[in-house]
Ligand binder design. Structure first.
Ligand code: PBG
Length: 336
């Protein structure tokens, strides 16, 4: 056998991959516990955490358990939580009026968490889907064939003020109505909450990856069983330039942080947004992204921890400053 001649290379990239310490020196992206935001589901008076079948390891928590969870997350160094209420169907109606009840579940939850863990950053969703019988993010027009943009924005603005009063740090409009960021900013200013921020779901796509979340909060009806689809307000997955336009508008209207959602299938959008704005960028690794890693791991086809870490690192590398992820707590523990 002839001896393979040595290549005469000046550059050998593998030199930098020789051992862990060399690799660490040249690592370009690091996932930190400070990058993580934990989405949490809250329910009325649960004695025990209520598991969500399509999201292994995720539970709907009563307020007491929620407070406990927030305390643990804070101790682990997770800087923020995003709260989502799951309402009893009895409280839902066509107009989602429960959203404007000053004693509604999520507002009580915010007050309890604020009091118990004052330093934790609290984020709440501004959208009507947990409150409407039809599961849409807003109220419908008279014909029932469209979400009434402007009437919805007026309701969302009041909702945001209630959340600010309850003590949230950021309100997060996830509804994708036109003009809602500006209207909410104005409503917050008028009510004296100039320190309450807006984390805008700016590029929120009409995605099939929200399925498990809709199981969790019981808003699955709107996903396509009715004539009216969320595609009339959430973005078409085909579009990239439109995301930049949405971001531009939201920043102009007063968004403090802009978000891309989902994350994993939209890394190109995260990068584009990162390059286009100086505003901090959040990305939401949504329920379906979490579920698919779990499902494959359960079948023995993927390594859960490695896929989890790689998926989050990729989102960070794409340009996200912060990541909403259902893996937040376990990753925080792993990073210790
Ligand atoms: C509702 C909302 C959704 C999610 C966050 N806020 C679902 C939807 O738009 O139907 C999805 C989050 C996830 O899938 O993890 N405004």
């Amino acid at each position: 056998m002839a001896k393979t001649p040595k290549l005469s290379l000046l550059q050998r990239p593998r030199r930098l991959r020789r051992q862990p310490s060399r690799r660490a020196l040249v690592a370009e992206t690091v996932l930190r516990v400070e990058d993580l935001i934990a989405p949490l589901f809250v329910v009325e008076g649960k004695a025990r955490p209520d598991p969500i079948a399509s999201m292994p390891g995720v539970f709907r928590l009563g307020i007491d358990d929620l407070v406990k969870e927030c305390r643990e997350l804070h101790q682990l160094g997770v800087p923020a939580v995003a709260l989502f209420p799951k309402l009893s169907p009895k409280l839902k109606n066509e107009e989602g009026t429960e959203a404007l009840n000053p004693e509604t579940l999520v507002l009580r939850a915010v007050r309890a968490v604020r009091k118990a863990v004052p330093e934790l950053t609290i984020i709440t969703d501004v959208a009507l889907d947990p409150y409407t019988t039809h599961g849409h993010d807003g109220v419908l027009n008279e014909a029932g064939d469209d979400v009434d943009n402007d009437r919805t924005v007026a309701i969302l603005s009041r909702m945001a003020v209630l959340q600010a009063e309850a003590g949230v740090d950021f309100v997060a409009p996830s509804d994708m109505m036109d003009g809602r960021v500006g209207a909410i900013r104005l409503a917050l200013e008028t009510a004296g909450f100039s320190d309450t921020g807006i984390l805008a779901y700016s590029a929120k796509y009409n995605s099939a990856y929200y399925g498990p979340f809709r199981d969790a909060v019981g808003s699955a009806q709107a996903a396509g069983t009715r004539l009216l689809s969320k595609a009339t307000y959430q973005m078409n997955p085909a579009n990239r330039r439109e995301a930049l336009r949405e971001v531009e508008l939201d920043v102009a209207e007063g968004a403090d942080i802009v978000m891309v959602k989902p994350a994993g299938a939209y890394l190109d959008i995260i990068r584009e947004v990162r390059n286009a704005t100086g505003t901090p960028v959040a990305a939401y690794q949504v329920s379906g992204e979490y579920a698919q890693i779990h499902a494959a791991a359960r079948l023995g086809w993927l390594d859960l921890a490695r896929c989890r870490d790689e998926s989050l690192l990729a989102i960070k590398r794409a340009g996200a400053d912060m990541i909403l992820t259902y893996f937040a707590k376990e990753v925080a523990k792993a990073l210790r």
